[in-house]
Write a protein that binds this ligand. Structure first.
Ligand SMILES: [Cu+2]
Length: 74
């Protein structure tokens, strides 16, 4: 996933009955996160400088199960 630097909007559509979120982090520092939701949609805002960040679901065990990726901010 890649986005332009500056203000961004994160939109999580979770149709499942299992709770999820989207968290963006730089190392151990959380830069932004949505609420943890199930069977609904939620949004969050962030302001990001250029770089490569991790994004993942922070619900216990979910990142380890593969819910992660790299966010490139141009
Ligand atoms: Cu999850």
């Amino acid at each position: 996933v890649s986005v332009a630097a500056g203000a961004i909007s994160i939109r999580l559509v979770n149709e499942a009955p299992v709770p999820h979120n989207v968290t963006i982090a730089e190392g151990n520092r959380t830069l932004a996160s949505t609420r943890t939701v199930q069977a609904t949609t939620t949004t969050a805002r962030a302001n990001l400088r250029p770089g490569r960040y991790a994004f993942f679901c922070s619900v216990a065990g979910h990142r380890q199960a593969g819910m992660e990726g790299v966010l490139t901010v141009r």
